[in-house]
Design a protein around this ligand. Structure first.
Ligand code: BV8
Length: 233
């Protein structure tokens, strides 16, 4: 990695967790082959069949808890730690992922723009609470007591969390790095173009060319567990 970098924005997608054994969305046999997006990742799908959606996320929540971070998560956590000890250096890890593998590798202040499996949101009082169990039994909200908990994840048609935090970091960035994402879903897929318009250099680390590859200054092809530690060192 260039030594004169000070402010870096890193976007991660499902591909960074693939080698930890977590299904991506668009791979063969991936999540969107097992379930229709409209049925399990939209507010309309949740209203139509809440049990299907709660089971989908209960299954993913249980699966994630059995998985471990891989060398890509660990390399970013080391970078995160090194940057936190350098004055006037900023590193923002923005993840589209709802798993907690960045945190379990030791990264701090990760921005989960699409929410987190291990967080529950109450539809009645909007209270958020850390959640490791299941929701299919319709547990009561710890704050208001209503049986109105949903997964605290951003579905299609819902606004990703704290977009201004991301855009502010991009405006100040010396480098934008994208790791393990297909570049298929907006607004995350648009960050590379936002960076280019701001004159920020861009790198993509991915197993294959993505929908966004044509916008990146550089695309490195390979598994994240190899590419990310190489890039960080
Ligand atoms: C919104 C959370 C507006 C839930 C997810 C234009 C502009 C803005 C919006 C839109 C637009 N056009 C359409 C839209 C709407 C929509 C959208 O983008 N649709 C797509 C289908 C066109 N976007 C939205 O609805 C977003 N909201 O726009 O709100 C708004 C405005 C005002 C008021 C209200 C609302 C919200 C989208 C968020 C949906 N939630 N996830 C959950 O996880 O269940 S999306 C989900 O898919 C991910 O979070 C991620 O964002 C997205 C893509 O997934 P990836 O992470 O990229 O995974 P994928 O499987 O696709 O690819 C994996 C990649 O890794 C591959 O490239 C593969 O090669 C690579 N890989 C695999 N193994 C490895 C690897 N790489 C390295 N190493 C490996 N080992």
């Amino acid at each position: 990695m260039e030594t004169d970098l000070q402010n870096i924005v890193i976007l991660t997608g499902a591909g960074i967790s693939a080698e930890s054994g977590i299904d991506t969305f668009r791979a063969e046999g991936g999540l969107w082959e097992q379930h229709r997006i409209e049925d399990v990742a939209t507010p309309e799908g949740f209203a139509r069949n809440p049990d299907l959606v709660l089971n989908f996320y209960d299954m993913r929540r249980a699966a994630v808890q059995e998985k471990l971070p891989n060398p890509a998560h660990e390399a970013l956590a080391q970078l995160n730690h090194a940057w936190s000890n350098k004055p006037n250096h900023n590193l923002l890890i923005v993840t589209q992922n709802v798993d907690d593998l960045h945190e379990r590798a030791g990264a701090a202040h990760v921005h989960h723009m699409h929410g987190e499996l291990l967080s529950a949101l109450c539809c009645a009082c909007e209270h958020r609470t850390r959640w490791t169990g299941t929701m299919i039994e319709r547990p009561s909200c710890p704050n208001c007591g209503e049986q109105a908990l949903r997964p605290d994840v951003v579905w299609f048609g819902e606004m990703p969390y704290d977009m201004e935090r991301i855009y502010a970091a991009l405006r100040n960035a010396d480098l934008f790095v994208s790791i393990g994402t297909s570049g298929a879903v907006y607004p995350a897929a648009g960050f590379v173009r936002d960076a280019k318009e701001l004159g920020v250099p861009t790198i993509e680390l991915n197993l294959e060319r993505s929908e966004g590859s044509r916008w990146f200054d550089e695309t490195r092809i390979g598994p994240a567990s190899k590419l990310v530690p190489q890039w960080v060192q």
